[in-house]
Ligand binder design. Structure first.
Ligand SMILES: Nc1ncnc2c1ncn2[C@@H]1O[C@H](COP(=O)(O)OP(=O)(O)OP(=O)(O)O)[C@@H](O)[C@H]1O
Ligand SMILES: [Mg+2]
Length: 286
């Protein structure tokens, strides 16, 4: 992968020739740094303003201000319990917030109903635990949303579904059921399923944490490919190789607050706050 990824490259993802994400040293210069040149980053797409969220007494999101621009890849880091998943779930309105506003592409998140369903369809989500429908085939998993929510014809959804499965390297598994696939394959299906909705942004919540180590890179490779093609992504992950390679920005959370944000290189080499330094010293020694 010595040049920007293309769709063709992404069809050959699994197996040999993976990017070896946890070792940057042998990478050509072109693969270092942000996935999208800053001038290609567009207008604000996801905008959180003074967002507060409580679980009972627990102030789990505290005055969160965050703006993610079109084409930008933001990695969210932070200790367990700092509110990273809650942040993702609030952006997708799987959790309600108590105050502040969340806008997607200029539209404030609706409270409920059809408007919410439509806006939610613009926000893809990939979870740690794949969440595929166990009793549907791989292809059905990918075509369900487009036919039910986006009202595509079955033929159109199938054609696009197969293209996307090919793009993530699992088209040969289309007629199988999720349990017949490896974790890495299932997570790539989950990414294809998110893409099938033509989302404006995809949220990833620790997409590789539940995978066996040998499957992590095949999923990260797909994500790096998406990043390089200009997909707007918010990614909760401790995979620093991915952050260094694909992220435009790292957002560090602790105790429900955004404590620090910076470009990946600066964040990893020169964290400013004690909490970030402490966090990095822990994950770096593992
Ligand atoms: N449904 C819930 N009800 C009550 N408290 C919750 C709920 N979900 C999360 N919390 C609490 O909110 C805080 C933030 O949780 P969250 O899952 O967002 O953290 P996180 O940063 O994603 O952590 P991890 O790295 O472990 O996934 C934690 O203290 C958690 O226990
Ligand atoms: Mg979490």
């Amino acid at each position: 992968m010595g040049e920007p990824a293309t769709e063709d490259q992404n069809t050959n993802l699994p197996g040999a020739g993976g990017a070896g994400l946890d070792d940057d040293r042998d990478e050509p210069e072109a693969l270092q740094g942000p996935s999208v040149a800053p001038e290609h980053i567009g207008e604000p797409l996801v905008v959180l303003t003074e967002v507060d969220k409580y679980f009972g007494e627990l102030h789990v999101l505290q005055h969160i201000n965050l703006s993610v621009r079109k084409g930008e890849v933001v990695v969210v880091l932070g200790p367990s319990g700092s509110g990273k998943s809650t942040l993702c779930r609030a952006i997708n309105r799987l959790e309600t917030i108590q105050s502040g506003t969340i806008e997607i592409d200029g539209t404030r998140l609706p409270e409920e109903g059809k408007a919410l369903a439509n806006l939610r369809a613009d926000v893809g989500m990939v979870f740690q635990s794949f969440n595929l429908f166990a009793h549907k085939t791989i292809l059905e998993n990918v075509t369900l949303g487009p036919t039910k929510v986006r009202k595509k014809s079955a033929a159109e959804a199938k054609k696009r579904g197969m293209e996307l499965l090919k793009r993530v390297g699992v088209d040969s598994q289309a007629e199988k059921y999720p349990a017949q696939l490896s974790g890495g394959q299932q997570q790539r299906v989950a990414i294809a399923r998110a893409l099938a909705m033509d989302p404006k942004v995809i949220l990833f919540d620790e997409p590789t944490s539940a995978l066996d180590p040998e499957m992590v890179n095949e999923v990260l490779d797909v994500m790096v490919g998406l990043a390089r093609q200009g997909m707007t992504m918010i990614v909760v992950t401790h995979e620093m190789g991915f952050a260094r390679k694909a992220a435009n920005r790292v957002v560090f959370m602790a105790d429900g607050q955004i404590v620090e944000e910076n470009d990946p290189e600066s964040f990893f080499t020169a964290p400013q706050s004690n909490r970030a330094k402490d966090f990095l010293s822990k994950i770096l020694t593992h």
